[in-house]
Write a protein of this length. Structure first.
Length: 249
């Protein structure tokens, strides 16, 4: 049977009502607090009415457990009889464990909701940083290689300086790059990410195109691979998922 969520006009489930009563009385979550708020809980259940009978079943179940806990606290327990070796879980401890777990999840949900409302949609990096080699390998590097690297650095500097001097409206959109990437994927051949860029030194174009590529990967229309760290990114159409086999008649 699938789980369902109980929502009433004031409280989302019986544990929410019970926690509210305990916090309203400024009590700790203990067996004493359960005994003290039993009457208030049952009164709240009576005020909820019987229009939502299925939802009230859970509230009544918790109310019955509270009555059992209160009766055990007020009345002496009968002596244990010989042969009663099977010990059932104490209903007080079981309800306290449920209530503490519910409070932890509710507190976490309120904290996440607060961050969502403030726009703090950030994610911490939990993976360790990549281990980079500490030495510089100049194998195969000559004067022409260094000259080409210098020209590339100067080209990026010129683009950055011109962008800072004149503020220009953004003309490139993710939708444009999505169409460009889909057109390349439609040819059926893999290609490099840099092949889609009109100006490989334009940081805005690189960022917008990368976002478009990530969107296609998310939609399972494309896949990307990189043979080594900071290496060229190869893009190809995503492999079609195998169709589910028809059930045998």
């Amino acid at each position: 049977m699938k789980g369902y969520r109980v929502e009433l006009p004031v409280f989302n489930g019986p544990l929410d009502l019970l926690l509210h009563l305990i916090e309203r009385e400024e009590l700790d979550i203990t067996a004493v607090s359960l005994v003290q708020v039993t009457g208030q809980y049952l009164e709240q259940v009576r005020q909820l009415g019987d229009e939502q009978l299925e939802g009230l079943i859970d509230f009544i179940s918790i109310g019955a457990r509270l009555l059992l806990i209160k009766s055990r606290a007020l009345l002496p327990r009968p002596p244990a009889l010989p042969g009663d070796e099977v010990e059932e879980e104490d209903p007080t401890e079981a309800l306290l464990r449920q209530l503490r777990a519910y409070k932890r999840f509710k507190t976490a949900a309120q904290w996440l909701d607060g961050r969502q409302r403030r726009g703090l949609r950030t994610y911490l990096r939990v993976a360790p940083p990549p281990q980079l080699e500490g030495h510089l390998d100049l194998t195969g590097v000559d004067v022409n290689t260094l000259l080409g690297a210098l020209h590339a650095v100067l080209a990026r500097t010129e683009v950055r300086e011109s962008a800072l001097s004149v503020a220009q409206p953004r003309t490139l959109t993710i939708e444009d790059q999505l169409r460009r990437l889909r057109a390349r994927l439609g040819r059926g051949r893999a290609f490099l990410f840099s092949d889609v860029l009109v100006n490989p030194h334009d940081r805005t174009e690189i960022a917008v195109t990368l976002l478009a590529l990530l969107e296609l990967i998310k939609r399972r229309e494309a896949q990307a691979s990189q043979s080594y760290l900071f290496g060229p990114i190869e893009v190809a159409a995503a492999a079609a998922e195998p169709e589910a086999a028809a059930p045998a008649e």
